[in-house]
Design a binder for this molecule. Structure first.
Ligand code: PLP
Length: 387
């Protein structure tokens, strides 16, 4: 097998694993250098205050608190709303809060997750939600303290339909169970749907979004809600060790991102669609994409794992031999045998996208060729060579 010479000269690397890898823009670095700062735990950092005020207004909530990560936003929201050990929150079985936060709610809050099956578009069945809610203390069942929804959804980047959110909010309010939106990428939803964040989050008791993803900042998420919710969130932030002091130096980048990085998300959405369209145009049965699901900066690619697994495909995408006609290393995000994810962000240019498309096409053509040769020889099982 030829050497992978990805680090070699002339090889372009297109990293579309995720949007958390974004580095700050030069403009961000400039404002960071001159940011006014203070002790933000004491409420004395003017840049953080300004950021929190602007985010609260943007999301239509009374107040907001700047936290180090989205994971801490979800954990603190769960801790405030489910304020007794042994309670539960309801969330999708493919939600970030259930799958990717190490069971923090169980560890730190004594709260369990009741998972409701996610549909491919990030919603779930509202009748099932209705059946599941346990609004009052019960002899056997845990009390439901919170419902979490995710917009856009981290697995597919799809935007929750507004009517679905409105219907869900009616159920939540009927049972008086609070609603939290994990809006890590709510700005992608805003740009795609052209609905203001305020409206999307109207019926949410709490909502947060991440600055560290498509918006390009080095860290931080802002959690918004009522004044009393945010007061309690501030106490818990300190308890969990999230009280960062002169963090205005980073909040300055976030303020700039609110001005300069939101509208441009459309470019990432267009890029994701271009790649997805190129795959769809190949009409391959083994590597597929549902174009109607490509709404924002993500494309979910599905594989017929009998013939090629996501891992095998991604390995080929990232591998470059000296003899390859396309000298491009594409790094995609692995989900499972059947699924991979491409996530676009500001550092990926038009030209990067064109190059990534060439590479993706080349790899698909190669897989199809291997399969056809195998089929000719009468092989019906897994035909692909291992590396
Ligand atoms: C990334 C992400 C989070 C967590 O944010 P971190 O800052 O990485 O902790 C939460 N929810 C969703 C949907 C995410 O995509």
């Amino acid at each position: 097998m030829p050497q992978n010479h990805v680090s070699g000269e002339g090889v372009r690397i297109v990293d579309i694993r995720t949007d958390t890898i974004t580095k700050p823009t030069q403009a961000m670095r400039n404002v960071m250098a001159i940011a006014e700062v203070g002790d933000s735990v004491f409420g004395e950092d003017p840049t953080v205050d300004k950021l929190e005020r602007r985010c609260a207004d943007l999301l239509g909530k009374e107040d907001a608190v700047y936290l180090p990560s989205g994971t801490m936003c979800n954990l603190i929201a769960i801790m405030v709303h489910c304020n007794k050990r042994g309670m539960e929150f309801i969330a999708g079985d493919k939600s970030h809060s259930y799958l990717y936060e190490l069971g923090g709610a169980a560890v730190f809050a004594g709260v369990q997750c009741s998972q409701i099956s996610n549909k491919p578009d990030g919603t779930f069945c509202l009748e099932e939600l209705h059946r599941r809610i346990q609004p009052k203390p019960h002899l056997c069942s845990a009390t439901t303290g919170l419902i979490i929804i995710e917009n856009t959804h981290n697995m597919c980047g799809m935007v929750l339909p507004l009517e679905w959110i409105d219907d869900l909010a009616k159920i939540a309010s009927k049972f008086k169970v609070p609603l939290h939106m994990d809006g890590a990428r709510i700005m992608n939803a805003v740009v795609q749907s052209k609905v203001p964040a305020k409206r999307i989050a109207r019926d949410m008791d709490s909502v947060f979004f991440c600055f560290s993803k498509g918006l390009g900042c080095p860290m931080g998420s802002v959690l918004c809600g009522t004044a009393s919710f945010v007061n309690e969130a501030r106490r818990l932030r300190k308890m969990l060790g999230g009280g960062v002091r002169q963090v205005g130096i980073i909040a300055a980048a976030c303020l700039l991102a609110l001005d300069e990085m939101i509208d441009r998300l459309q470019i990432d959405h267009d890029h994701a669609f271009r790649i997805a369209k190129a795959i769809d145009d190949m009409h391959s049965d083994i590597v597929r994409v549902d174009l109607s699901s490509v709404q924002t900066n993500m494309a979910l690619i599905t594989f017929d794992s009998k013939f090629v697994t996501a891992k095998e495909f991604l390995e080929k995408l990232a591998h470059v031999s000296q003899t390859d006609s396309v000298q491009v290393c594409v790094k995609g995000g692995f989900i499972n045998d059947e699924e991979a994810r491409f996530v676009l962000q500001w550092e990926v240019t038009d030209e990067d996208v064109s190059c990534a498309i060439e590479k993706v096409k080349m790899v698909i053509v190669r897989f199809i060729r291997i399969l056809n040769e195998g089929a000719k020889r009468g092989l019906c099982h897994k035909l692909l060579p291992h590396h």
